[in-house]
Design a protein around this ligand. Structure first.
Ligand SMILES: CC(C)(COP(=O)(O)OP(=O)(O)OC[C@H]1O[C@@H](n2cnc3c(N)ncnc32)[C@H](O)[C@@H]1OP(=O)(O)O)[C@@H](O)C(=O)NCCC(=O)NCCS
Length: 395
């Protein structure tokens, strides 16, 4: 078996057919294969590796060079996608080999973190990934927002197709990526697909001339649903401006449903607002995302709390080693081993859980992610306080 990087054009013959078999209804009519060439520009600079046997591609993995905010710093992030194996070549170690190679290459090219949407979390846990919260979906009736219909709010709304409003939307998501923990964005060439497909409406709220909230959405029919992809807001006023916009659809749609961060509390958005909030996880196509640390020293500078602890990372090809973490200055400093300091032994998933803020140190031994004595646990809890990452990008 040989592993090699394929060119953009080779995707048509070496990776798309495997992907189509794994992720789509199939077999599709042969002529449908032509549509895949339209997708090539949006994958141009992805790193796609294939495993070949006798010149035939039997497995493929792609990494998208994305960016993600981790505790206040925007890092290059390897977004792993299109992990597939030929049906006759599964369980022969191809993905183990390809993932190790693709993650190593992305790490060497300067991506200290990686994220993905798993088909089954336990598969990627073996590769050092830990679960992140799943985006919630809130559903409510625009009729419950009647009090907003005529409210006089200091802000302006713009309504257009995403094909037109894309530059402002993109700029806004890049701003959120700079500010919000966990927020991840595509590279320009991949994000362009939103504009090219032009299959969403865009509503934007500006306050003082600045974009303060935005949402892309679709309407499924008269008397049906208004479906918001992600309700992106920065302040109570900007959120209320968007809710007012939805309220004005009271005689047009029955329900509004919107993707929201896991730490949003929509039941507090208005008096008598009836809400349903859902976060359902399902194998294989509706799982919560996962993420991992691929390189530790670049995490220096992260916004952290006042802890000081030595962590020995074991059992990992990328970050095994011993690190001194010091957060007493409010920014993470990363050094080498030191004696006389509380000490924990963690697997990559355990350190990733703390860096992303998703698990308490006491949970790590229970999950098989490491050994954390009480004194080290207290330091780690102070250093990496719980945080709720909002991944945003869907890939
Ligand atoms: C799931 C799939 C990608 C696995 O690829 P593979 O080449 O068969 O996997 P490997 O043989 O390299 O196995 C890697 C490791 O995961 C384990 N593993 C394999 N399938 C697993 C599963 N479904 N759940 C949990 N662990 C699994 C293996 O035992 C192996 O562990 P080890 O390296 O510690 O011994 C492949 O079967 C496939 O293409 N499935 C259909 C498409 C799909 O689901 N893609 C994933 C999209 S995110």
């Amino acid at each position: 078996m040989e592993i090699r990087r394929i060119s953009s054009k080779e995707r048509l013959t070496h990776s798309f057919p495997l992907q189509a078999y794994a992720f789509e209804a199939s077999p599709a009519p042969r002529e449908d294969a032509a549509k895949y060439s339209d997708l090539l520009p949006f994958q141009e600079d992805n790193l796609t590796l294939v495993a070949e046997e006798g010149g035939t591609s039997v497995a493929a993995v792609s990494a998208i060079p994305m960016r993600q905010n981790v505790r206040g710093t925007l890092h290059p992030m390897a977004g792993i996608a299109s992990v597939t194996v030929h049906p006759l070549a599964r369980r022969q170690g191809h993905i183990r080999a390809l993932l190790d190679r693709v993650l190593g290459q992305m790490r060497d090219e300067g991506h200290p973190v990686s994220a993905l949407y798993p088909f089954r979390a336990s598969f990627y846990e073996r590769f050092g990934y830990v679960g992140l919260p799943k985006k919630r979906r809130v559903t409510f009736s625009p009729g419950d927002l009647g009090h907003l219909v005529r409210a006089d709010l200091p802000g302006e709304l713009t309504w257009e197709r995403i094909g037109t409003g894309y530059p402002a939307y993109r700029a806004f998501t890049l701003r959120l990526a700079a500010e919000r923990h966990g927020f991840a964005v595509f590279p320009d060439y991949r994000d362009e697909r939103l504009r090219a497909d032009d299959l969403s409406w865009l509503v934007t709220a500006r306050v003082g001339g600045e974009v303060a909230a935005a949402a892309t959405y679709q309407i499924t029919g008269h008397g049906a649903d208004l479906v918001v992809d992600d309700l992106l807001t920065t302040t109570p006023l900007s959120r209320t401006l968007l809710l007012q916009f939805f309220a004005r659809h009271v005689d047009q749609v029955e329900r509004v449903t919107a993707g929201i961060a896991a730490d949003e509390l929509p039941e507090l958005w208005g008096t008598d607002l009836q809400t349903e909030i859902e976060a359902r996880t399902r194998v294989p196509h509706s799982n919560a995302p996962m993420a991992r640390v691929l390189a530790v020293p670049p995490l220096a500078g992260a916004r952290v709390g006042p802890g000081r602890v030595v962590v020995e990372v074991v059992d990992d090809p990328f970050i095994a080693g011993t690190y001194l973490f010091d957060g007493r200055g409010g920014r993470l400093e990363v050094g080498g081993d030191e004696s006389g300091v509380p000490r924990a032994t963690l697997r990559a998933a355990g350190l990733s859980a703390l860096v992303y803020g998703v698990l308490d140190p006491d949970e790590l031994p229970l999950r098989g992610f490491g050994a954390v004595p009480a004194d080290a646990g207290a330091q780690l809890r102070a250093l990496f306080p719980r945080a709720v990452p909002y991944l945003f990008a869907d890939f």
